[in-house]
Design a protein around this ligand. Structure first.
Ligand code: SF4
Length: 378
């Protein structure tokens, strides 16, 4: 069985006010060393069980994985190679924050076998970077980007956020034009969503956060789709755009609802029909590991119907949509036998299109994707 491997690094130099990821401001360096020891133990615990699986993609996400030193990152990858069967052509990605990179670290990252860098730029406007509470500025994004190129990265993603407080369509256009001028291989474009538990949420509730309205957000996204297409990016997933042959293989594995193992605090795994999640808080995660246990907080066996619905929802996020043949091969029943009523309803609403081989979102459906997904769940 092929498997993706996700490693979570929950520490950041500071906590951004909009962020609801499982991330914590780093207080002391020894938090990292004890966390890495726990990661090693968790990896070792899975090593025997999964030795026969072929790991085809690895993703180091966070938090800020590049808060680690180059040698720590190198050692973790080496440990993974010793304990797992990693495909020699595996795509290995690391998320990186521009303020945490230097040439020595980047060299060790590349020597460790990591071949894809995902740079959390978010904006090329210093005013918005400040509003987002980011530790970097435009110059450090550009410097990090060119340094990574110089050191040998041939696959770089740039993350951009839009629908920011006070942002206009022109602001986003300027950021995207700057991003594209660097010639990245991949671009992820996420709209800001205000999540409970964040600083932004408190401000929003007090009426102190002025966000673009739905029409403005639509205009920004629509412009970005056209602009990126004109610049030879394939819009292969709702928020993701790639140059030819540069799609994110690891993320495709999620969208195809394929199995993956998540290591680290709060990481999810989906293996043999079970989905489970590790303890979110790094302290609880480390405590469980120290007791000699797997740090699993909760999990469930995913029913056949739920797996079908998840496969449809995840598949519809992508340009290819959901193939009739692939669905039948995977589940032994045809898509139209089970979901014909929902599909027809969405086709009539102009949100879904039915082709000879697959269903996929229409352009209107891309903008209203959550409405489409809800129809399959209800
Ligand atoms: S750097 Fe990323 S993970 Fe860390 S707090 Fe900011 S948004 Fe969250």
């Amino acid at each position: 069985m092929k498997l993706g491997l996700y490693l979570h690094f929950p520490f950041c130099l500071s906590k951004c006010p909009y962020c609801d990821f499982n991330s914590y401001q780093l207080k002391e360096d020894n938090q990292i060393t004890s966390y890495i020891s726990a990661l090693y133990q968790e990896i070792s615990a899975y090593s025997q069980k999964l030795k026969k699986n072929n790991i085809t993609t690895i993703y180091l996400g966070g938090g800020t994985p590049t808060i680690l030193s180059g040698i720590q990152i190198y050692s973790i990858l080496k440990f993974c190679r010793d304990k797992f069967n990693i495909d020699k052509n595996a795509e290995i990605t690391i998320e990186a924050n521009p303020g945490t990179l230097d040439s020595e670290k980047l060299k060790l990252i590349i020597e460790s076998g990591i071949d894809r860098l995902s740079l959390g730029a978010q904006s090329f406007n210093n005013v918005f970077l400040k509003i987002l509470g980011r530790i970097h500025n435009t110059k450090s994004i550009i410097d990090s980007y060119f340094l990574a190129r110089e050191i040998g990265f041939s696959n770089i993603n740039i993350d951009i956020m839009f629908a920011l407080p006070g942002q206009t369509s022109e602001d986003l256009q300027a950021t995207l034009k700057k991003a594209i001028s660097l010639k990245p291989d991949h671009l992820s474009l996420y709209n800001l969503t205000v999540k409970p538990g964040t600083e932004y949420y408190k401000k929003y509730k007090k009426g102190k956060l002025k966000l673009p309205n739905e029409d403005e957000e639509f205009e920004m996204y629509n412009w970005a789709m056209h602009f990126l297409k004109e610049n030879n990016f394939e819009h292969y997933e709702i928020a993701n755009f790639a140059r030819p042959n540069k799609k994110s293989m690891h993320n495709l594995l999620y969208w195809q609802n394929k199995p993956y193992l998540g290591i680290g605090a709060g990481a999810f795994s989906f293996i043999r029909g079970y989905r489970y999640m590790n303890y979110e808080n790094p302290v609880s995660y480390i405590k469980e590991i120290m007791k000699g246990k797997l740090p699993i907080d909760n999990g469930e066996k995913i029913s056949l119907r739920k797996r079908m619905i998840e496969t449809i929802i995840l598949g519809l996020r992508t340009k290819d949509g959901v193939g009739y043949k692939q669905f039948k091969t995977r589940f032994g029943v045809s898509l139209s036998d089970i979901f014909s009523e929902t599909i027809d309803k969405l086709v009539n609403l102009g949100l879904l299109q039915k082709g000879n081989y697959r269903i996929k979102l229409t352009k209107k459906g891309i903008f209203l994707a959550n409405t489409v997904f809800r129809e399959f769940v209800d």
